[in-house]
Design a protein around this ligand. Structure first.
Ligand code: DGY
Length: 320
């Protein structure tokens, strides 16, 4: 029996898969585990099942010990994991690609509609019991049909969003480090642009790149200024891809028309300058938040841990 530490609450089906074979310790509270408690509990673990709220760095890996074999993150994003530090210690790091593609693309599409049609601001009018009446010019938004969606990072989630946006009548441009498959280009009818051209010509820009030192503040004051004044920015990737202070200033001064954010630079804190702006939609990191998706993520993470513990290849290792 191996010792497995689950650093946060995950669906019980996934916990049971581990308990039936191994000795499991799990953090059961709804708030994230403290760093001190985490460092104490990981001691002697052969496998860690981690959430994106936990930083898996050299200190944590060393606190676990040399017997640690696998860190199975319950997320597709793995910026909370120091992958080179894992590699140096022969620890396999895994993530959960694929199973949250649709849920996250749905949220990105929802944010596009919410931002361009001012849905959150409209809801506030009603909830705050402000006086209102149907009027020809009341709370007009922007149509997305025939408008260009610029996707930054055309991976699985970017492509899934592109399919949705195409069904809504948008045209698709993308910027990506690598070429994408010709069949996908044909299916989406999309054009590849460099980031500068994509920003300058898109009506909606949606971010789907991983967060790394290379993409830290990829969108800052200069990039926002390069966008069209009637355009929108959507972020369902990771908060620090956007310079939040610069975005708040751009939204306040009409540099761009609006934004929809699911992720924030210092979660769960949101930059105070964003909070009183009517032209930004703010939701609390809900990209993968469906019962089905979270269950599938946890089960995939557990399958990764179980595979490594019994000497098999992990189904979805982090390969960068
Ligand atoms: C992920 O998996 O990276 C998502 O952000 C979780 O919601």
């Amino acid at each position: 029996m191996a010792r497995v530490v689950i650093t946060g609450r995950i669906p019980s089906e996934a916990v049971e898969m581990l308990r039936s074979e191994h000795d499991v310790w799990a953090w059961e509270q709804t708030t994230p585990i403290s760093r001190a408690e985490l460092l104490e509990q990981v001691a002697g673990a052969d496998a860690l099942v981690t959430l994106l709220t936990e930083k898996v760095d050299a200190e944590l890996l060393d606190a676990a010990g040399v017997q640690l074999q696998v860190v199975a993150n319950v997320a597709v994003g793995y910026n909370n994991i120091d992958v080179p530090a894992c590699r140096e210690r022969n620890v396999i790091a895994t993530n959960t690609p694929g199973v949250l593609t649709d849920a996250t693309a749905d949220i990105a599409m929802a944010l596009i509609l919410m931002s361009t049609r001012r849905l959150a601001a409209g809801e506030r009018v009603i909830r705050e019991q402000q006086p209102w009446q149907w009027g020809m010019f009341f709370m007009l938004g922007t149509s997305i049909q025939g408008r260009r969606l610029g996707i930054v990072g055309m991976g699985q989630i970017g492509a899934a969003l592109a399919r949705r946006a195409k069904a809504f009548g948008m045209t698709i441009a993308y910027s990506n480090r690598n070429e994408i498959a010709p069949e996908l280009v044909q299916e989406l009818g999309c054009v590849r642009l460099d980031l500068a051209e994509l920003l300058a010509t898109s009506d909606v820009v949606s971010l789907h790149c991983p967060y790394s030192p290379d993409t830290h503040h990829l969108i800052g004051a200069t990039e926002l200024a390069a966008m069209q004044p009637d355009s929108f920015l959507i972020n369902t990737a990771r908060g620090p891809v956007v310079d939040e202070a610069a975005l708040a200033a751009a939204l306040r001064h009409g540099v761009i028309a609006g934004a929809g954010l699911d992720v924030f630079e210092n979660e769960p804190t949101v930059h105070p300058d964003l909070l009183d702006l009517d032209n930004v939609v703010l939701i609390p990191h809900l990209g993968s938040a469906t019962i089905e998706t979270r269950t599938a993520m946890a089960i995939l993470a557990v399958r990764n841990a179980l595979a490594v513990l019994c000497g098999d290849a992990a189904p979805t290792p982090i390969t960068v």
